[in-house]
Design a protein around this ligand. Sequence first.
Ligand SMILES: Cc1cc2nc3c(=O)[nH]c(=O)nc-3n(C[C@H](O)[C@H](O)[C@H](O)COP(=O)(O)O)c2cc1C
Length: 197
Amino acid sequence: MSETSLSPAVSPLSGRRILLGVSGSIAAYKAAPLTRLLVQAGAEVQVILTEAATAFVTPLTLGTLSKKPVLTGFLRDAAAGEWHNHVELGLWADALLIAPASANTIGQLANGLCPNLLCAVYLSARCPVFLAPAMDLDMYAHPAVMQNLARLRSFGNHVFESPSGELASGLRGPGRMLEPEDIVLQITHVLGQRSEK
Ligand SMILES: Cc1cc2nc3c(=O)[nH]c(=O)nc-3n(C[C@H](O)[C@H](O)[C@H](O)COP(=O)(O)O)c2cc1C
C-alpha cells in the first residue's frame, strides 16, 4: 500500500478516534504494524490489551507507536482508587477495532460477558465495531466459534473473514488474521461511507 493512499490529508481516518483492542493470539505481534498504519492515516489510537495479549506484545511497543499509554485493565492505580472509565472510552471512540480477536474474546463478546476492560468497552461502545479473528485452523472452524462470529455479525458488528494461508502451527487454511493493510482499507471504506451520509 502506498503512503499516499493513507496520508492524513486524504484518509477518512484522519482525526478519527480508534480504540484498538488486542487479545491473546499469536497474531498480536501484527498489532504493531496495524497501530502504525492507523497513526500514519491520521487516526488517534488508544490501545487496550487483554492480560493474555501482554504475553505476545508489550505495552511499551504499542504505547510508543500509538503515542498514548496502553490500557491493560480496569484499574489505573488501585491504591488511589483510580480506574479507566470504560463508558467514557466507549463513547469517545469513532470505531472499535479488535485485532486480533481470540476465540476466547469472541466468545465473551458474543455472550455479553465482561471479565476485562476490553469487553466492558465493547458493551459500552456506540460506534462501529470491527473484529479480525485469529486462531488456528480447527479452532476457527469449530461450530462454537462460527456461531459466536455469526452472533456478533447479527449484532451489526463487522467481522472480517479470515484469509487462508499458513498458520503458526504449520497447518494451512483459514484462521489467520486479516493483514493490517487490509484491515485499514476496510475500516477506511466503512468510515468513509458513513461520513458521506
Ligand atoms: C502460544 C499461544 C498462542 C495462542 N494463539 C492463539 C490464537 O492465535 N488464537 C486464539 O484464539 N487463542 C490463542 N491462544 C490461546 C489464548 O491466548 C487464550 O485463550 C487466552 O485465554 C485468550 O485470552 P483473551 O481473549 O482474554 O486475550 C494461544 C495461546 C498460546 C499459549
